[in-house]
Design a protein around this ligand. Sequence first.
Ligand code: ZN
Length: 380
Amino acid sequence: MKKIAVIITLLTLSIHIGFTQTKPVQYCGTVFTQEQIDNIHKTSKHGQQNQYRKNRSISRIPIQIHIIRKSNGTDGLDASSVPGIINRLNNNFANANMSFYQCNDINYIDSDAYYDLNGLEQIQVDRRNNVSNVINIYFANSVHNGVSRVCGFTTYNNASDYIFIKNGCTGTRKNTVSHEIGHYFSLIHTHGISNTNVTDELVNGSNCSTAGDQICDTPADPNLSGGLLNRQCQYIGTAIDINGDAYRPNPNNIMSYGRSRCFTTFTPQQNARMVNDLVNVKYYLSCTSSSKTLNEDENIDFGIEIYPNPSKNIFNIQWENASEVSYDVYDITGKIIYSKKNMDISENTSSVDLSNYTKGMYFLKINLDGIEKSTKLIKN
Ligand SMILES: [Zn+2]
């Protein structure tokens, strides 16, 4: 179920961005679904301020660094920059009493295919490499969310512990990793849920708990992308809200779209919300013996073959050495359009007929003896 959730979330994420994105390049690819927002509200109702006060001891949070290099093992993020990245993270999260540390050594993924991560390839990388119960941080040469290039993204989902970051967004004064970990712990952009619509939060603060980032000690933010800051990181825009009040956003807030080098702070209520999320949702984060090994059983080869692919209608699926097999086919929206369960043990082939579906990309998720594999089906 966990992996299905990951796939569906990623697909939903891509689709959602596809409909709302108008700018060709965007800082961050993280988008919250309404369901996720509702969950954040439910969790916040557990008295976040109280939790925050109770949680004064430092929470040590395990992370796994994954560096994607070319197939020949060259390039990729310079490992010597990792301690600096973790130091900046720990400085930014010090007031939340959160401290991050590496559970295992760096995992190198040598793959020309993933070096420039494009759209849904992230599912495959995550599936093969994620370490359980830690925050997996993947560094790639470029990150593309299916619509545009971004500095990074994550997804707010309690079964998805990964963050993707573009190497170029990790320089000594850049704080993209902190921004994405803010999202991971349930923070919304200070300009609100939409990256394109004007914020619904009023400057006078009267709707601050339900509009914008739904946090009241962050001022209403009209979205700081597009040259609205001077070199000193000060806001120079002139936008007004529907009451005629001029916005006074904080470009130093890590969850804004100000420049990454201008990011210095989370507010107390942002810290409280993150701690609350850690305590009530991401409480499972821990570096245990099971987190010490990568998902190596994912590498068991069942001799899966799919042919033809691309195909006009019929996709034949073949495998070997598996006694329990089931599979689902998803469309691009994450909806299951075909399922086959509890297949006879003697079977080692099956076929999917997509003749009633439109041309495009579909996804096959096949479970063989409890091990899940997924791949694209291209109908042309
Ligand atoms: Zn973001």
